[in-house]
Design a protein around this ligand. Structure first.
Ligand code: ATP
Length: 336
């Protein structure tokens, strides 16, 4: 399979004077899986549709490898696309759906049959070729949609919320399967999702979008450990965020005076799993809620005016009303 990267140069799109996408620039390396992640309406689908050729940018260019495809119609771009709602042809069989694009492209019958067979194998649907697609489960339908998208050997794969319609168990399984397949094929892939877990678990890099713009681009680890804006800090994982008040000799956080290893000039955050229960911790608080999650427990602690979220190992017994002291290791503070 031909490997090409994708480059977006300052893409903008407005609808009726309203900004949908503003100055989005991005480089996706050949074979990379990059997610566009953000809340509803942040412009991720519009960005994907400009790459697919369904939407023309007001400004900016789209490149596949060295080729400027901005003026190329969608059907000439050689992209494979998968949508949340499957968008299968209901009157065609599984094989009919998978071979659809090949028939349109007038592949010779024997080659077409062989390709459909390969695709059935790829997505684990051998034996299902003659089934009507209405008889399939959601997960199976999405595999058919993926096979159909990949059959004509597209240059890039675009996935628009492909797992959002499926229930949790199936979604988690397909996540892993989709990623393994993508790595095996080495196909450059853009995934649109509003689900941070999905983006984090499947991607080489994640692009966090907010109100039409890119907030931050990074590997899942970079975004989690070094979020650069309060939006990213709170959108990915959970984060306790504070605005420290400068006082002589230190700072005041949640009504407590502490020394900080860093000098914040905006907000400062700490992840719930980095907060420790410690008899001499500087932050005194009262447990308000304990939620048992199996592997750990999420504890809400009232500290001064703030409610802190703390992850505590599940063998520690805590209940509402308990007085606790909390400590934050120096290297756990995150400037945002
Ligand atoms: P969602 O997950 O809800 O689809 P999104 O992040 O994909 O959200 P977009 O669908 O790209 O966001 O929409 C970005 C903004 O552009 C929204 O305010 C949306 O209402 C608007 N928009 C998108 N398409 C159109 C259109 N065809 N006509 C008018 N406004 C549009």
């Amino acid at each position: 399979m031909q490997r090409v990267g994708i480059q977006l140069k300052a893409l903008s799109k407005h609808f009726q004077g309203k900004t949908a996408v503003e100055g989005v620039s991005l480089q996706v390396a050949p074979g990379e899986l990059v997610s566009l992640l953000g809340p509803s309406g942040c412009g991720k689908t519009t960005t994907l549709r400009m790459i697919a050729g369904f939407e023309r940018p007001d400004q900016g260019r789209v490149f596949f490898g060295e080729q400027d495809v901005t003026d190329l119609p969608a059907e000439k771009r050689r992209v494979g696309m998968v949508f949340q709602n499957y968008a299968l042809f209901p009157n065609l069989s599984v094989a009919g759906n998978i071979g659809f694009g090949l028939r349109v492209a007038r592949w010779p019958a024997e080659r077409l049959r062989k390709r459909v067979g390969e695709m059935l194998e790829l997505v684990g649907l051998v034996g299902f070729e003659n089934r009507p697609v209405q008889n399939l489960s959601g997960g199976q339908r999405q595999r058919v949609a993926l096979a159909r998208a990949l059959a004509p050997e597209p240059r890039v794969l675009l996935l628009d919320e492909p797992l959002s319609a499926l229930d949790a168990k199936i979604r988690a399984g397909l996540r892993t399967e989709l990623r393994r397949l993508q790595l095996e094929l080495g196909i450059t892939t853009l995934l649109v999702t509003h689900d941070q877990e999905e983006a984090m678990s499947m991607s080489d890099r994640v692009v966090v979008m907010n109100q039409g713009r890119i907030e931050q681009i990074g590997s899942p680890r970079e975004l989690y450990t070094r979020p650069q804006t309060p939006f990213v800090a709170t959108f990915i994982g959970s984060m306790n965020l504070f605005t420290p008040e400068k006082i002589p000799g230190g700072f005041r956080i949640s009504g407590h005076e502490v020394a900080l290893p860093v000098t914040p000039n905006g907000q400062i955050g700490v992840r719930p799993e980095r907060i420790e229960l410690s008899p001499h911790g500087p932050f005194g608080g009262v447990v308000e809620l304990v939620t048992y999650l199996g592997a750990e427990q999420q504890v809400l602690v009232r500290v001064g005016p703030d409610l802190w979220t703390v992850f505590v190992p599940n063998q520690v017994l805590l209940q509402r009303g308990d007085r606790v002291r909390l400590r934050v290791p120096d290297d756990a503070w995150i400037l945002v």
